[in-house]
Structure formats: C-alpha cells, structure tokens
Design a protein around this ligand. Sequence first.
Ligand SMILES: Nc1nc2c(c(=O)[nH]1)N=C(COP(=O)(O)OP(=O)(O)O)CN2
Ligand SMILES: Nc1ccc(C(=O)O)cc1
Length: 274
Amino acid sequence: MKFAGVSLDTPKVMGVINVSPESFFKGSVKRGEELIETAVRMVEEGAAFIDIGAKSTAPYLETEIPVEEEIRRAVEAIRAIRDAVDVPISIDTTNAKVAEEAIKAGADIVNDVTGLKGDPEMVKVVKEYDVPVVICAHQENVRNFSDPVHEVIDSLKESLQIAYKNGIEKENIAIDPAIGFFRPEYPPWYVWDSKVIANLKLLKVFGLPILVGISRKSFIGAITGREDPSERLEGSLAATAIAVLNGANIIRAHDVKETLDVIKVADFIRRFTL
Ligand SMILES: Nc1nc2c(c(=O)[nH]1)N=C(COP(=O)(O)OP(=O)(O)O)CN2
Ligand SMILES: Nc1ccc(C(=O)O)cc1
C-alpha cells in the first residue's frame, strides 16, 4: 500500500508544523528560520511527510481567523520549506481556497479534518489538482453515542461517497478517525477517543491507509492529569503504540524521533500476532 508515493509497508510518521500561533501545543508553532530548520530536522529524523497547519482546528479553542490570513501563513510556510525537504508536504485546512493556494505554492497533499464535508468546493480542488487527500471522520450531529468506532466508520462512508462521486480515486485517499474532534456530551471525549483507538482495526474494512493524530491531545491530558500539552509526550507514545498494534499506517505527530522509535517497536511486535 502507498500514499502520495510513499510505501506504507511499515508505518510512517507525518511530522506536524504549525504556523498558527493559536495552536493548542505552542511547541509546534514555528516561524522564519526555525520553520525551515524544524522541517529539515524532522525529515532527518525519519518523517515521511510534513503537515503544515496555518489555522488551529482545536474544537475547544477560539480559532477563527480571516481566510486571507490563513492563505498568507500557509503559502509563506510552504514556499519556505518546499525546496528544503524532499518528502510530500500536506496542507492541513478545511478551506478549498487555502488548499488551492497551498497546492500552487508546492503542497502535495490536502489534509481536511472535515472529510470533504466542510467546504463543498474542497473535493473539486482535490480532483482538479489531482492530489492525494486525507479524509477525516466528521459529523455535525453524533447519532451513535454508544459505539464510537461505528459512528466514525459511518461518517467516513459519507465522506468517501463524496470523494468517489467526484472521481477521486481510492489510491489517492487516506482515512483518519479524527481523534479529539468528536465532542459528544456522552461518553466524555477521552472515552470516545480511547474506544476508537482500541478498535481501530475495524477501519481496515475500507482497505485504505489509516492515518491517526494522537500527539499531545487533550484525551492524553484527561487520562494522565497532565494539563500542559508539553507534558504529554509519554502518554502520546503509549497511545501511538496501541494505534500501530491496531493497524495504523501513518502517525501524525509533533515529535518525530520519539514517535518513529515507538512505531518501529510496536510494528515489529505486531508482526508476531497469532
Ligand atoms: N488528519 C488530521 N489532521 C489533524 C489532526 C488529526 O488528528 N488528523 N489533528 C490536529 C490537531 O493537531 P495540531 O497540532 O495541528 O493542533 P491545532 O489544530 O491546534 O493546530 C490537526 N490536524
Ligand atoms: N485540532 C485539534 C487540536 C487539539 C485536539 C485535542 O487536544 O483533543 C483536538 C483537535
């Protein structure tokens, strides 16, 4: 299996860099020289993809910014790192205009946390520029509170229908269960996220690469009592090992070196599963 030309015979790391000062983990926010240095370092440490976010999508933060500002941040960042790294760059956005300008600036992949459901133009941009897309599970109104992984699967089915109807090919799609994004009143989101990671294997029904974003998220904070995202690395690595054991193909993470070691060990052990 491949995604954006990258072999997924072993699980890979997608290194996260944000150019959005409002992002929930301040250690992920880079600018200027530091942005380029971080991208180069992540690739040296083994990142197979770099994901650039120009607007936070944290559901519990005030994150609204004008679209012009998101475009400005995204284009500047992608232009800065494009020639410094030789791995595919994804643009983390829910806005079709941002995606289009980012692709023109050199982005190779669109990463849409609304799974093509937020901006109706998004699927058209993905099709027109013929770029791979990360489709996240997204649901305005959660219907099945007791069975998170099946709600995630149903949400992904809707997004995949949008993709296939518009001529996006299977080879160009990775799916993502959107850890931290579902915020039902019950069960609490950290139980939701834990149930999804525990049952991630069920997402294999789609036969598509599975990408998971766990890094330093609030469910790790809720479980460990670590309120500061800067203290959530160890908890993130524990959940990463479980996600890999359960079939994750790409781990989106802020800490490339540590995450890649965990992936290697978890995947090595996974291969001996009876
Ligand atoms: N496909 C995918 N994309 C994502 C995911 C995720 O789980 N999957 N999580 C994010 C949260 O991390 P980030 O550090 O970008 O936080 P921010 O939204 O506050 O910038 C942002 N983007
Ligand atoms: N964009 C996101 C950022 C952070 C979280 C989380 O901390 O759970 C979820 C989504």
